[in-house]
Structure formats: structure tokens, C-alpha cells
Design a protein around this ligand. Structure first.
Ligand code: BTN
Length: 264
């Protein structure tokens, strides 16, 4: 595989993807850096923080995020008021970002079905291609963290993760222009977030259309409570819909696992 060119921040700036861009070769977590920047009331928004390597990449619910060499990792600090709304819309923000990732990645993977695992993951088959982490600050500003397994390879992942990782490079057999991928993805993110705050049915309907878990037996953990059911889909409100022993129920939070796997 030829050497993969690093992100070109001048090209990103020329494409107007953010009001301010910070690029690090290595950082603990872009999410943490974006939060630090949020402390500066004069920080221009949206702020984009990218890193080639994260030493302590963060996932949802305290999980770590593996940022293998060649992967794409960034956090976007933005104010929803700039996108036409200020209401809090979790878990739909993560789902809208997931749809944006599918938009940007699918044309690069024409042979594969790329879709969503509720509430914040993008999968191809049984491999996780991307993850989304949304943090909402007290003043309503959002930090949207996105990690895409782009030009990294599952072969370099920690052994226990290898079978669960899908990467763009492994699936397509070629390296991708990381800067163009970032530009396309950030465009798609902006479009989908605008649609979200505008209640656009094109976006809200795509949660279910892209759901890869229809009909799967799943267990949702809500603290100590576990609810087992068959996945009916994802509602336009972002709810996971499960057909359980007590009937069809809708959930807005929780951690999902396949029903046959023991709880970790
Ligand atoms: C998850 O799958 O649980 C979410 C993963 C989110 C990872 C991204 S990578 C960029 C940003 N910085 C972080 O530390 N985490 C997010």
C-alpha cells in the first residue's frame, strides 16, 4: 500500500468546512481539546479539531476508541442555533451524524451495504466502520465527535477488537484521499444537522431505512435493567423500537447488545 498523504488543512480551510481548524499529529482526544476550546467564549464556531493519532480516544459510555494509523478522527464544536434550532434532540443528533457518515462513505463502498446500529454506530456487516460521540455543554453548544475507520486496517487493531472492525481501506482494497473524505463528510454532517433541526422527514425516515438491525434479537441495558426484544426499527424521533414480551416498546437511551452475548 503506498504511503497515505496526511490531512491537508489548507484544502480543508479552502473548502470552508469550519470557522477555525486545529490539526494535531497526536493528541489525547479531539473531544477533550474541543471542550477546552469551548471554555473560550470568543472561540469561532464551528470549530474543527482533527487528529492523526489519539492516545486516549473516547467512545460512548466510557469506552475507549481505537484510532489506528490512517483513521479519521475529529470533533466539531458547534451551536445548534446556527443551524436553525436550539432544542436538545438526542439521540437524533448521533443518528443524523451516522446518516451523514453513510452518505459520505457509501459512494466509496459501492459493493457494500453501509448502515446504522442504534444509537451511534455505522456498520458494514458485523464490522464497525465509524462511531459517533455527542456531548452537549450546559449552554447548549454541542461537541460532535466522529471516528471513521478509513485508511487504517483491522489487521493493526488490538487482537480482541480485530473481528469487530471494518475499515474503508480493507473493504475497498485501496487508500482514500483523507482530506476529500473529511470535506465530503463535513458537508454531509452540515446538511443532515440542518435537516434535523428543521424536522425534515427525509432525514427522520432515513434512520429506519438505514437501520441494519431489523428483526435481530437484541438486549437493551438501562442501568441494571435488561430488556430483550426483536428489533422493529428506529422511529423518526430516534427511538429504538423493540418488540418485547410486554409488547412493542420505544427507547431513547440504553446500551444495546446482541441477545446471545453475555453482558460485559
Ligand atoms: C463510540 O463508538 O462509542 C464513539 C466513538 C467516537 C470516537 C471519536 S474519534 C474523534 C472524537 N474524539 C474522541 O475522543 N472520540 C471521538
Amino acid at each position: 500500500m503506498p504511503a497515505i498523504p496526511p490531512i491537508d488543512t489548507n484544502r480543508l480551510a479552502a473548502a470552508n468546512v469550519a470557522a477555525r481548524i486545529e490539526h494535531f499529529e497526536e493528541i489525547s482526544s479531539t473531544q477533550t481539546r474541543a471542550r477546552e476550546c469551548a471554555g473560550d467564549a470568543d472561540c469561532p464556531l464551528p470549530l474543527l479539531v482533527l487528529a492523526d493519532r489519539q492516545t486516549a480516544g473516547r467512545g460512548r459510555q466510557g469506552n475507549t476508541w481505537w484510532t489506528g494509523a490512517g483513521s479519521l478522527a475529529f470533533s466539531l464544536l458547534f451551536d445548534p442555533a446556527m443551524l436553525g434550532g436550539a432544542r436538545r434532540l438526542e439521540p437524533r443528533v448521533a443518528l443524523a451524524a451516522g446518516v451523514a457518515i453513510v452518505d459520505a462513505v457509501s459512494p466509496r463502498l459501492p459493493e457494500h451495504r453501509v448502515g446504522l446500529h442504534w444509537p451511534n454506530d455505522v456498520y458494514v456487516g458485523s464490522g464497525k466502520l465509524a462511531g459517533v460521540l455527542v456531548e452537549v455543554l450546559a449552554d447548549g453548544r454541542h461537541i460532535l465527535g466522529i471516528g471513521v475507520n478509513s485508511n487504517n486496517s483491522a489487521a493493526d487493531a488490538p487482537p480482541e477488537m480485530r473481528s469487530q472492525v471494518a475499515t474503508l481501506r480493507d473493504l475497498s482494497g485501496q487508500a482514500h484521499d483523507q482530506t476529500q473524505l473529511s470535506i465530503d463528510l463535513l458537508d454531509c454532517v452540515t446538511t443532515r444537522l440542518r435537516e434535523l433541526w428543521a424536522n425534515d422527514p427525509r432525514l427522520l425516515g432515513s434512520f429506519d431505512a438505514l437501520c441494519l438491525q431489523h428483526d435481530e434479537a437484541l438486549t437493551l441495558y438501562l442501568g441494571e435493567r435488561a430488556v430483550a426484544g426483536r428489533c422493529v426499527g428506529i422511529g423518526p424521533d430516534g427511538a429504538l423500537i423493540l418488540d418485547t414480551q410486554e409488547g412493542v416498546q420505544r427507547f431513547h437511551a440504553g446500551t444495546l447488545r446482541p441477545a446471545l452475548l453475555p453482558r460485559q
